[in-house]
Design a binder for this molecule. Structure first.
Ligand SMILES: Nc1ncnc2c1ncn2[C@@H]1O[C@H](COP(=O)(O)OP(=O)(O)OP(=O)(O)O)[C@@H](O)[C@H]1O
Length: 638
């Protein structure tokens, strides 16, 4: 087939079209980042080649120099970013530069609002990459050849970013990729040497491969000498040393931040980072970052996570998951080991005992970093917590050895808080505990309002005892793994018999006993009546304003946990609640006085159903409940 015959015009995947449109509009005020993105890709391509060439030296084609070159032509208003990296073949080009392979892309796109500011943040989370070239270019040309392929298998891709691209075979003598942007008329600045150099220093100084630009010669040709057509000389504009190999004192905050953007593909700054060299039995360097924003796919199972792994400064793999536990999957960064073999694979990592000890050291580093942040910058810590708190809550169940450390990092909302912001540390709670209180009380519910208005809280409000309000899906599971904090055990206020420790006086207890005795007969009647629906009926003192509530026996699965199990397709054991009645409530006293069995039954059943509803549960037979209530209302109205 001739080269010409292979020219094809193909359409972008719908998602790419949408993304391009949004990106061009919402990232315009940040347009210079295109250069960072393209240099970042070029550097990744060099890293990949170096790794592949470990096994097959021939891929270098006799040219082992890895570099990125930026050339600009102000007259034609173009800028070219070329690299001597791995390159792409025709299929790679179609796969990578016309589609988005990320899971959850359409879900992500559906979250976009049309509000420029919000959308630009969201796109930042998604990662802008190659497509950001279209913010400044009216046309983009990619000429590339995969290392090891014959020169005739080069590929030329051209697009105006308007929905289609052309692709054809071309000759390309040197391996790697050259991306030429035909700049829009008002983006001329990006073809200027000075501007480009500044941008490289600002964004790409930390890139380990040299980023070259043509040397500027300011010497005028001597009289009588023709300006010769000498081959241009190039010089590195960036530092070209892997940032993590530099000493902490040599790297400033801006450099750390830029490096983060390179490794994470995030758009925003990280909240904090921790950079450490470990010497001794195992030698490695780690640079761990805490992002400020959750990626859009944090909860996707297939979402990428893990650190970039280098061995002796050679890039080995992205997303090495073996170095951190799952509950720290939001951490981004690099680990560079001197002890691993260059041909290490994911399988080997899984079995290597050295990795296990690195994992526990790195876990400790992250937890220390979080502890420090919580102590020194509550605002930033709150940002972290709002984004990733529910992931960290997986920790106590997953990592027994660090349970206490993680417990200190947890934040909740409580009856002391004015809104649902989770900002109460367990240590704060313990400090505010009442005299005689020996437990940390909490309630779990489907949402904040149900938790806040739960009848179970009434007695605690009356006594001024704080209760933690837990409404995250994972909370009940978390609490099944947290048994105590600072020597105090946890108590779900909706489970088991109420025990307020020594906060109740002898007088209180006596009054309670008397009230209970008075309604003994009614309790027995109710028990008999509702024996199919409830495990037990008893008198309670946890209520002040409500007539009744339902509780679970200690150790029984709560509503949240049941829903998680149901969603996972697990069989859920049948469970009946205990109905507790408030012996001082007028409605319960009325029930006590009711002689007519039928009316007694109507009222008792309504009370049970209402207690279930207040708990955020669903009624098995809501229609009958409504009919009963309506009969009662009619009586009232009539
Ligand atoms: N210079 C290059 N050399 C070789 N392959 C490249 C180059 N630039 C891009 N690619 C390929 O195209 C893919 C898509 O690039 P793109 O920048 O859109 O996304 P990304 O870098 O994978 O992630 P992100 O969107 O988060 O930046 C890359 O993963 C890589 O496989």
């Amino acid at each position: 087939m001739s080269v010409e015959a292979q020219k094809e015009t193909l359409g972008f995947q719908t998602e790419v079209k949408q993304l391009l449109h949004l990106m061009i509009h919402s990232l315009y005020s940040n347009k210079e980042i295109f250069l960072r993105e393209l240099i970042s890709n070029a550097s990744d391509a060099c890293d990949k080649l170096r790794y592949k060439a470990l096994e097959n030296d021939a891929l270098y084609e006799g040219q082992s120099e890895l570099q990125v070159k930026i050339t600009a032509d102000p007259e034609n208003n173009t800028v070219t970013i070329s690299d001597s990296g791995i390159g792409m073949n025709r299929q790679d080009v179609i796969d990578h530069l016309g589609t988005i392979a990320k899971s959850g892309t359409s879900e992500f796109l559906s979250q976009l609002t049309g509000d420029q500011k919000k959308d630009s943040q969201l796109i930042g989370q998604f990662g802008v990459g190659f497509y950001s070239s279209f913010i400044v270019a009216e046309e983009v040309e990619v000429v590339t050849r995969k290392a090891g392929s014959p020169a005739g298998e080069g590929v030329r891709w051209v697009s105006k970013g308007d929905g289609e691209f052309t692709i054809e075979a071309v000759e390309k003598a040197e391996r790697g990729t050259a991306i030429t942007l035909k700049l829009k008329a008002d983006e001329k600045e990006f073809s200027e040497d000075f501007r480009l150099r500044n941008l490289i220093r600002k964004y790409s100084d930390h890139i380990a491969v040299p980023v070259l630009m043509e040397k500027q010669s300011f010497e005028e040709p001597k009289e009588g000498e023709e300006a010769t057509d000498k081959a241009p000389e190039f010089e590195a504009v960036n530092e070209a040393q892997a940032l993590w190999t530099r000493s902490r004192t040599d790297v400033n905050d801006d450099e750390y931040k830029e490096f983060y953007k390179h490794v994470s593909h995030d758009f925003a700054d990280p909240l904090t980072w921790s950079h450490n060299k470990v010497e001794g039995k195992l030698e490695y360097t780690s640079l761990l970052y805490l992002p400020g924003k959750a990626p859009f796919d944090l909860y996707h199972r297939e979402a990428s996570r893990g650190l970039k792994l280098y061995v002796q400064r050679v890039f080995i793999m992205d997303d090495a998951e073996q170095f951190l536990p799952l509950y720290l999957r939001f951490i981004k960064g690099v680990v560079d080991s001197n002890d691993l073999s260059l041909n290490v694979s994911r399988e080997i990592l899984q079995q290597d005992p050295n990795i296990t000890s690195m994992k526990s050291a790195l876990t400790k580093r992250v937890l220390d970093m979080l502890t420090k942040l919580a102590k020194n910058d509550t605002e930033k810590y709150q940002t972290f917590w709002n984004e990733f708190g529910s992931v960290l809550k997986e920790g106590p169940g997953e990592d027994f050895s660090n349970k206490e450390k993680i417990a200190k990092l947890l934040r909740f909302t409580s009856t002391n808080s004015s809104d649902e912001t989770q900002n109460v540390a367990l240590a704060d709670y313990v400090e505010r505990m009442k005299e005689g209180q020996d437990k940390i009380y909490y309630v779990t519910a489907e949402n904040y309002n149900t938790a806040k208005n739960s009848p179970h809280l009434e007695i605690f409000r009356k006594k001024g005892i704080e209760v933690l309000l837990m409404t995250d899906r994972i909370d009940e599971w978390l609490m099944s793994h947290l048994t105590e904090f600072d020597g105090k055990s946890f108590q779900d206020v909706a489970k088991g018999e109420l025990d307020l420790g020594d906060t109740e006086s002898e007088e209180d207890k006596k009054a309670q006993e008397e009230a209970a005795e008075k309604v003994e007969g009614m309790v027995e009647r109710t028990k008999e009546l509702l024996k199919e629906q409830v495990e037990d009926v008893r008198v309670t003192h946890r209520l002040t304003d409500s007539p009744a509530c339902v509780v679970l026996n200690d150790g029984e699965m709560g509503e949240q946990m049941r829903q998680i199990m149901a969603a996972a397709g697990q069989e859920i054991p049948e469970s009946k609640p205990v109905l507790e009645l408030n012996p001082t409530h007028p409605l319960i006293l009325k029930l006590d006085q009711e002689q007519d069995e039928e009316r007694f039954g109507e009222l008792a059943r309504i009370i049970l159903d209402q207690a279930m509803l207040a708990e955020g549960r669903q009624l098995k037979d809501a229609a009958t409940y409504v009919q009963r209530l309506n009969r009662l209302l009619l009586e009232l109205a009539g």
